[in-house]
Design a protein around this ligand. Structure first.
Ligand SMILES: Cc1cc2nc3c(=O)[nH]c(=O)nc-3n(C[C@H](O)[C@H](O)[C@H](O)COP(=O)(O)OP(=O)(O)OC[C@H]3O[C@@H](n4cnc5c(N)ncnc54)[C@H](O)[C@@H]3O)c2cc1C
Length: 329
């Protein structure tokens, strides 16, 4: 999110420095699956359901953003597979959002997702959900920001640096003395498995309680949701059920080695990020993107650049206003 803000600000003519003590991949963004998934997130995560239109609008910014940032965008789509009952429930939730996913027979689904269990009873497919490879996307964003003149300072930021401070510190509340709105954030730890050589074809696959996201040379299997937990230790007791759920969908994965990784998502009470000026106007906030930081990054970056330049930030400014949890009445 910080890199997308930096690039948008540089493109708007600002001199930009990114202050960050962490290596680029040692972040929530670095371990994430990189799904840009307005449809399945709205269907599977009740917190996201009311925000479907906003998530879809954010996704629609991705083609131009990916081109500008040199990020490879995978628009293949995603499918869900499982019991007939579960798929029927998902289908009605799609329809309630105005979406009409393709219904796939188990045979057709197995053609799209090689290795899919023959216990699969039903499946559906949507083209609404896209993907990026998180590691490659971070590298591309850093390169593009660098080319646009952004300077990188490998240190923690504080308020003394001068200029306009954009706080894009993920789940961290370390700058709450500058922006008290950060107190609305709580951590949600997420653990994910990397399966080197894991092959399931080109599509992201959603199962009941698990997702599988293919990538170059490896498969990602995610992810735990551990509210209130902010460490990044990996814990096999939590990742074993993910591996088991993945192997129920794709039996060949049961024997494959799975390497765990963990990140911490920052979340607000309504599941949307905080984007906009802090109470005293000392900083612009760009934090708390919960499960959808990759999806929302171009939207947040564009809003931050518009706000910094005194331009109209668009229709998402009000639902994302940082003071929405502290307003009287
Ligand atoms: C397992 C897992 C899977 C996920 N899958 C997806 C997915 O498929 N799609 C999706 O859209 N989202 C996904 N997410 C969510 C997504 O990763 C986050 O929403 C997103 O990474 C948030 O980005 P961010 O830049 O706000 O935070 P981060 O990536 O955490 O970056 C915050 C940065 O701020 C720095 N920082 C902190 N304090 C300071 C300070 N005082 N000074 C300077 N720098 C500081 C940190 O070092 C870090 O580099 C997933 C998350 C997890 C954990």
């Amino acid at each position: 999110v910080g890199l997308s803000c930096a690039l948008a600000l540089a493109d708007a003519g600002f001199d930009v420095e990114v202050w960050d003590p962490a290596p680029p991949l040692a972040t929530a963004s670095g371990v994430a699956a990189g799904m840009l998934a307005p449809a399945f997130e709205a269907v599977l995560d009740p917190v996201a359901t009311p925000h479907f239109d906003l998530l879809l609008a954010a996704r629609n910014l991705w083609p131009a953003f990916a081109e500008r940032a040199g990020v490879q965008l995978d628009r293949a789509g995603a499918l869900a597979a499982g019991s007939a009952e579960w798929i029927a429930a998902l289908r009605s939730r799609f329809v309630a959002l105005g979406l009409h996913p393709g219904e796939l027979s188990p045979t057709v689904a197995a053609g799209l997702a090689p290795g899919l269990s023959n216990a699969t009873e039903a499946a559906l497919f949507t083209r609404e959900d896209w993907r990026v490879d998180a590691g490659a996307a971070i590298a591309a964003l850093r390169r593009s920001a660098d080319d646009a003149g952004v300077q990188f300072v490998p240190q923690a930021a504080d308020a003394s640096a001068g200029g306009l401070l954009v706080i894009a510190t993920g789940a961290s509340t370390s700058l709450a003395d500058v922006a008290p709105e950060l107190a609305a954030l709580s951590p949600i730890k997420g653990q994910i498995l990397r399966v080197p050589g894991g092959e399931i074809g080109p599509f992201t696959v959603r199962g009941d309680g698990v997702y599988l996201a293919p990538g170059p040379g490896r498969l990602l299997v995610g992810a735990t949701m551990e509210p209130g937990v902010s460490d990044t230790e990996v814990d096999e007791a939590k990742t074993r059920p993910l591996h088991a759920a993945a192997a129920r969908l794709f039996p060949h994965l049961s024997e494959m080695v799975a390497e765990p990784a963990a990140g911490v998502r920052g979340a607000t009470p309504d599941g949307l990020p905080l984007v906009g000026a802090s109470r005293g106007g000392e900083a612009l906030l760009a934090v708390g993107a919960r499960r959808n930081g990759w999806l929302l990054a171009p939207l947040i970056g564009g809003m931050v650049a518009a706000m910094a330049a005194g331009r109209e930030p668009g229709a998402s400014a009000s639902p994302l206003a940082p003071d929405r949890f502290s307003r009287a009445g």
